[in-house]
Design a protein. Structure first.
Length: 133
């Protein structure tokens, strides 16, 4: 029985699992929206919610803790300067998980993980012209 055993193992070693989750959260902070499997999205959401809560504190210790969990200075800078201020009055629930489809080759259930205030950026005119023709 798995009583009181939190977290998913993903059939990976601890350092592989840590690298997977770091890369998912890094992509989430960079693009503000990612599509992955439901299980991976739920685990990445746990880590990302904690990072946003750290960023809301905004002090030096919180920044160092965030860097220890996500060792990319540019992403931590974006988290503290752009993402966290948008959630200033919010007490939690910074991310949305939307079930989307089943992946074709293995029928894995997919989901989109995005920040709750995510709005798609308008495409540039050049990209719109290429798509139209």
């Amino acid at each position: 029985m798995r009583h009181r055993k939190a977290g998913r193992l993903f059939s990976r070693t601890a350092n592989q699992r840590k690298a997977l989750l770091r890369s998912l959260v890094g992509a989430l902070i960079e693009h503000e929206r990612i599509e992955t499997t439901v299980a991976k999205a739920k685990e990445a959401r746990r880590l990302a919610e904690r990072l946003v809560s750290l960023a809301l504190r905004g002090d030096l210790h919180a920044r160092r803790l965030a860097l220890s969990r996500l060792p990319n200075k540019a992403l931590v800078e974006k988290l503290f300067k752009e993402i966290a201020p948008r959630f200033r009055g919010r007490a939690g629930g910074y991310l949305r998980l939307v079930h989307t489809r089943q992946r074709l080759h293995d029928r894995a259930q997919m989901a989109v993980l995005e920040f709750v205030d995510y709005t798609p950026r308008p495409r540039k005119k050049k990209q719109q012209q290429e798509a139209g023709s």
